[in-house]
Design a protein. Structure first.
Length: 137
């Protein structure tokens, strides 16, 4: 994650700007101008200007927008990245992915359309959240 907290003594505490902890369910849309780490469950869309990380037990039921993604959990919805998307060994994505780069590690599963390269050229099914995001960028 790029946006990590640093104590006054210069020590990086590895705490993201926004955190949804394990055993927490959040219902509704999340918008943050910073990075986010999700270890719990989110029922709604996530829109982050920074990086997005999902822990291995995380579940997001909605579209997720952000810069760079590290996904170890599950997303049921579209993923739109202005940077890269990394699907780690236990990741599951059930939705479309739009990103500049994509890596899928052995053990990850993915079902959906994928558009890699310039986000401006992304065209998914009309009216999809991914298409609207591509039009706004």
């Amino acid at each position: 994650m790029a946006n990590l907290k640093v104590r006054k003594d210069g020590v990086n505490t590895n705490i993201p700007d926004t955190l949804i902890p394990l055993e927490t369910t959040f219902t509704g849309s999340i918008e943050t101008s910073t990075s986010i780490r999700i270890d719990g469950r989110v029922k709604g869309n996530v829109n982050a200007k920074g990086d997005v990380a999902l822990g291995s037990k995380a579940l997001v039921e909605g579209d997720v927008f952000g810069r760079a993604f590290n996904i170890a959990g599950t997303i049921t919805g579209n993923v739109v990245s202005t940077g890269s998307v990394a699907l780690l060994p236990k990741a599951r994505v059930l939705g479309d992915i739009v990103a500049k780069a994509l890596s899928i590690e052995l053990g990850a599963s993915y079902s959906g359309k994928c558009i890699i390269g310039a986000i401006e050229s992304a065209r998914m099914k009309p009216g999809s959240a991914a298409t609207e995001a591509a039009d706004k960028k």
